[in-house]
Design a protein around this ligand. Structure first.
Ligand SMILES: [Cu+2]
Length: 484
């Protein structure tokens, strides 16, 4: 296992095994605050049944009261946990002033269920009913609204929660012995939330970001790690636009799973970059000198400098833009344990079989500009802005395709495909260091990424889009119809 750098390669989320407190008590000299234990709703006897009420309310975030939107009075929303094969019966109750719906980001289920075109009107409710496939991989996913034109606003205001599927990965002995924690990474902005200030045109174009950087709605959350044990840390980037570049200095950490489940073997990381929508699971051995170790969020430039220089200005002259700074996003705190010998990392996880060579390939060009057919200027894919009911791409069930995604813009546009998972084959002509199952991939300014996807199990209309949610709302989305 070589130490590797993952820039723009892999995605990342949150915590707590059943009955195990998510986070520990603060040490006396520790700056980190104690994180709330996220409520967890688990399936029982093969059924995950709940109602989820979306409502505007005041929530405490990083010791401030913010006017937010919450699921079941919580930001982030409760952790939903089920097993492969379970049934899900979820009633979404919309007590917002606007329409909404739900996207099950990370689940391989029919687009007729996971349907972004569905509208749950203000005051209405809708029951989602589906089975998680028996052969579904263990994943860290998340749920959030996907109602076009309101996605960025509703997610930025707090509507998002973790969705854990357990499967074969959870049965590996070394993984079973690990303690679990989960962090939902999200930024908030007191000036924007509750409509105290209107979003500036540049912030909308750029993608809204906030100055409060949180994990589970706390600044510098505490996560306990058992001395000589293993911590399985799930990370979810539930931010509307912010990209995190994470580092755990002076301490080893190993990637064990990406968006759609395990990789073949734990792989040591230097840094981990997570775009909005991406998830990662890390295995962290409690093998160092007991103490506190900070997970740092490093400054990350998603192309803003070039955009602002192009305007002949500086960041400080730009209203609504937050400069990216280095800070601790969470702190690992060693907890004494009875183990005298270090619990070993499993050598093997779950093989990631390569997809067969593609039957056909397509290009998707991401840019900013004018779509004369739709009569709009904004963010476009293949010169087209999103139009409801316009199918942009038709594919065949069980076909394998290579999609060359070409970013002709100077700013990052992380690309997300609904329903089916994919493998990243090449980035700027270079093969990826190892195979992984993904559903969201970082694409930096002027980069080209090739993904390989097999359209499996489900027919129907689904979407692909930029996961900077303001870009999606401004048209950077397309419809793919999967035909039998
Ligand atoms: Cu974008």
């Amino acid at each position: 296992m070589k130490r590797r750098q993952f820039n723009r390669q892999l995605a990342g989320l949150m915590t707590a095994a059943a009955g195990v407190p998510l986070l520990s008590q603060c040490g006396r000299n520790n700056p980190a605050s104690r994180s709330p234990i996220l409520q967890k709703i688990s399936s029982a006897e093969g059924l995950l049944e709940l109602s989820l009420t979306a409502k505007a309310q005041t929530q405490a975030v990083a010791r401030k009261s913010l006017a937010l939107l919450a699921y079941n009075n919580q930001v982030p929303g409760p952790i939903l946990e089920a097993r492969a094969g379970d049934m899900v019966r979820l009633t979404l109750v919309n007590e917002l002033d606007n329409p909404t719906n739900l996207h099950y980001h990370g689940l391989h289920i029919s687009p007729e269920v996971d349907n972004v075109f569905r509208e749950v009107a203000a005051g209405d409710r809708y029951t989602y009913e589906f089975q998680i496939p028996e052969n579904h991989p263990a994943v860290t996913g998340w749920y959030h609204p996907h109602y076009h034109l309101r996605v960025a606003e509703q997610v930025f205001d707090g509507l998002a929660g973790p969705l854990i599927v357990r499967g074969a990965l959870d049965e590996i002995p070394g993984i079973r012995q690990a303690e679990e924690a989960l962090l939902v990474l999200k930024d908030f902005e007191p000036k924007l939330q509750g409509n105290f200030q209107t979003l500036s045109p540049l912030a909308k174009r750029w993608g809204r970001e906030g100055s409060l950087i949180t994990a589970n709605a706390q600044q510098n959350s505490m996560v306990s790690i058992p001395q000589n044990g293993l911590l399985r840390l799930r990370l979810i980037n539930a931010s509307a636009s912010r990209i995190y570049q994470l580092q755990l200095p002076e301490h080893p950490w190993f990637l064990m799973a990406t968006d759609r489940g395990a990789i073949a073997e734990p792989t040591e990381l230097e840094t981990l970059t997570l775009s909005p929508g991406e998830r990662a699971e890390l295995l962290i051995p409690g093998s160092r000198e007991p103490g506190n170790y900070e997970i740092l969020s490093l400054p990350y430039d998603r192309g803003l400098s070039e955009m602002i220089e192009g305007m002949g200005k500086t960041v400080e002259q730009m209203p609504g833009i937050v400069r990216s700074e280095k800070r601790a996003i969470a702190t690992l705190q060693y907890q004494p344990s009875e183990r005298t010998a270090q619990l070993q990392l499993p050598k093997q996880l779950i093989p990631v079989e390569p997809l067969p060579e593609a039957d056909i390939s397509r290009e998707f060009i991401l840019n900013h500009g004018n779509d004369s057919s739709a009569g709009v200027t904004g963010f476009i894919i293949n010169n087209q802005s999103f139009v409801m009911d316009r199918v942009n791409t038709r594919v065949r069930l069980n076909q394998v395709e290579d999609w060359h995604i070409i970013n002709k813009a100077s700013i990052d546009h992380p690309f997300h495909l609904h329903t089916n998972r994919f493998q990243v084959i090449k980035r700027n002509g270079q093969p990826e260091p190892f195979r992984a199952w993904k559903d969201t991939v970082a694409i930096g300014g002027y980069e080209t990424v090739t993904i390989r996807v097999k359209f499996e199990d489900f027919v129907g209309r689904t979407v692909y889009h930029c996961h900077i949610l303001d870009h999606e709302d401004q048209g950077m989305m397309g419809i793919v119809e999967i035909e039998a």
